[in-house]
Design a protein around this ligand. Sequence first.
Ligand SMILES: Nc1nc2c(c(=O)[nH]1)N[C@H]1C(S)=C(S)[C@@H](COP(=O)(O)OP(=O)(O)OC[C@H]3O[C@@H](n4cnc5c(=O)[nH]c(N)nc54)[C@H](O)[C@@H]3O)O[C@H]1N2
Ligand SMILES: Nc1nc2c(c(=O)[nH]1)N[C@H]1C(S)=C(S)[C@@H](COP(=O)(O)OP(=O)(O)OC[C@H]3O[C@@H](n4cnc5c(=O)[nH]c(N)nc54)[C@H](O)[C@@H]3O)O[C@H]1N2
Ligand code: SF4
Ligand SMILES: [Mo]
Length: 750
Amino acid sequence: MSRTALRICPLCEATCGLTLTIEGTEVTGARGDRDDVFSKGFICPKGASFGAVDGDPDRLRAPLVRRDGELREATWEEAFDAVAAGIRPVVERYGPHAVGVVLGNPNVHTVAGALYPPVLIAGLRTRSLFTASTVDQMPKHVSSGLLFGDAHAIPVPDLDRTDHLLLIGANPLESNGSLCTAPDFPGRLKALRARGGTLTVVDPRRTRTARLADRHVAIRPGADALLLAAMASVLFAEDLVALGELAPHVQGVAELRAEMADFTPEAVAGACDVDPATIRALARELAAAPTAAVYARIGSCTVAHGTLASWLVDVLNVLTGNLDRPGGALFPQAATDRTPRPAGPGRGFALGRWHSRVSRHPEAKGELPLSALAEEIDTATDTGEPIRALVAVASNPVLSAPDGDRLDKALGSLDFMVSVDPYLNETSRHAHVVLPPPPPSQSPHHDFAFNALAVRNQVRYTRPPVPLEPGRMAETEILARLVLAATGMHGADPAAVDATVLDQTLGKAVKEPHSPVHGRDPKDLAARLTGVNGPERRLDMMLRLGPYGDGFGVRPDGLSLDRLLARPHGIDLGPLKPRLPQPLKTASGKVELLPGPLAGDLPRLRAALRERPAGLVLVGRRHLRSNNSWMHNVPALTGGSNRCTLQIHPEDAARLGVRHGAAVRLKGAGGEVSAPAEVTDGVRPGVVSLPHGWGHDRPGTRLGHAATDPGVNVNQLLDGSLLDPLSGNAVLNGVPVEVVPLAPPITPLT
Ligand SMILES: Nc1nc2c(c(=O)[nH]1)N[C@H]1C(S)=C(S)[C@@H](COP(=O)(O)OP(=O)(O)OC[C@H]3O[C@@H](n4cnc5c(=O)[nH]c(N)nc54)[C@H](O)[C@@H]3O)O[C@H]1N2
Ligand SMILES: Nc1nc2c(c(=O)[nH]1)N[C@H]1C(S)=C(S)[C@@H](COP(=O)(O)OP(=O)(O)OC[C@H]3O[C@@H](n4cnc5c(=O)[nH]c(N)nc54)[C@H](O)[C@@H]3O)O[C@H]1N2
Ligand code: SF4
Ligand SMILES: [Mo]
């Protein structure tokens, strides 16, 4: 007998509601939930393969503990004993910073990843924190921190209402969107065109998204900040700046005007390889559109001027009056956001409160650059202790961060490493203990991170569609026990972790004058929480304290976990609304248009006006059926066009003697890799493209299918030295490489 159950898809940022078909404990089918308030039935090939991802036979079923050099199955008790015995002596002997924490992308797709890592980091008091953010969107956090005073205040393009979208360095037709949660992003772009709106795409590749656009600008990689600065200079020069209702909330316009003056279209044209007339047209179209939004993603972040580009995106939204207005770029308001405080000056955003030990990189948002993880382990200095123990949660930096070979060696040298990971892969193979979470069908879901980035305010929660199999432990409990084992409380009841968080949060809330629970008794509030376990009670607390919450009875129609459970397809909370000045936490209480650290980085951008790459530069790409480094083990999601090939323009191929399908060698600062060439005019001349997340040929992994077509690790071409200085973000795009044909062909393309 089969049954159906609802489950929000955790496989990308679109957060589609799925209806799963379940036989026994096995997911045998997945379709889009037509009644989902947000995704309305949309599903992509990855979501449709939910069952195959979930049921991958290579997923680990029991913890692994290293004994006599080998990872062997063990009990949970043995595993956590080993974690406590591995981490505590390092903390006691070398101090908290000798324990590193590395958090990978899936943490933003799990309930456990949202609720426990902050407790772990606070409990360990380590400054050695590394996450996928510094190979991704850290520039956006830093620009938001400086502009708005809050690194998490990220404006989202109002996709469904805008008249004009300028989309830069993003390919939502493959990625399904990022820092802009929108189920059926492709459909929403088509709807924009259908209602007479316009779409401009800036991308060195003619992507599927670019093919949908009214205008495609094939910019030279790494040059977005220059292009955007030139657009700002045109707005000023042609008197097109119109802040409208934003004006009272913005400071620094005149100072910005002066700084932008020399970034004329003529000055940037050579570096961008975009002609001045096109740049003027881009600026004029943006200014002329009744409403418009500038939106940029990973192609504009993972570059040398990532923070400047991220900042200029919002500068253009401000200068054209599009920030915080319907049809422009707005700040979402999620149901689990903290109780909005009254508008007014805040503490602002500080960068560089401490520095990495070896290369003295400034922290950003409490994190050090993932690019520096290897050297923080393998390099001694007299300024502090190297990292000797590492906690990795949902992270595969051997493939996703620069110079995987060096990191691979460094991880092998650690005194102790624990990985919370469902797979024995390129990174977890170095662990002394691997703690495998259950598959998604056995885990609850709520989008703590992505609801705050969604194009519509809404809230959904799904309980695990399949009960935990015997011998499994929920990832929430795994992480709670990990917190205890790592912080000297090994063996305590994991519920104590949630209880402590509830106590602290409620204790703080009752003291806040703007809180709906001001002056109440935190113990009484805690007693009112519902939910079958600690994580559910924490969700209930956040919902009830949040902007739509029932305030523990103060607003009887407000949200609570019970209310949400009664609406399994979710609750729509309406379109995005203007919110300024409330989200601003800058010292001035205004949008600070030209913050000091950004002004201080402009000389570097000016120097880039004269830079021209001598040879080829590398960019990445994503495939619809991929997900970073961990979905190549699912047969249904591999093969066809989802392959690790080097895309190269026909002119470059002809010049270098590269034939379609023949192997080529790529050389970069960090090493060499070989891949079959795919000659295509889908990349612009001077640019080659290789996807990331491949290179599944290391020994000691258990990824049977991925190993049959391993691909190569593009990040081996990087040596980790190229960073955006303000954010510490790795430069992954626009990197110089050399391409050499290899004879004879290895893997002919079919
Ligand atoms: N060259 C290049 N490199 C890139 C990028 C690029 O565009 N180009 N993109 C970068 C970006 S944007 C990102 S976000 C990073 C991603 O890089 P990572 O943060 O390393 O993430 P993944 O590669 O997705 O690996 C996720 C790990 O989590 C495990 N995992 C999967 N599901 C779960 C779960 O439910 N719980 C737990 N605990 N673990 C789970 C997987 O087995 C895998 O080991 O890569 C970056 N690297
Ligand atoms: N199918 C699939 N979906 C995913 C993922 C996945 O691996 N596969 N990963 C998820 C993650 S972690 C993230 S962060 C998001 C990322 O989501 P997106 O940002 O949409 O990522 P990409 O599809 O890599 O698109 C980036 C585009 O930037 C272009 N580009 C490269 N360099 C430059 C440049 O200098 N300037 C400009 N203007 N463009 C440039 C590339 O050609 C590419 O088309 O996707 C998420 N969704
Ligand atoms: S678009 Fe993303 S969230 Fe939606 S079904 Fe596909 S992978 Fe899942
Ligand atoms: Mo990402």
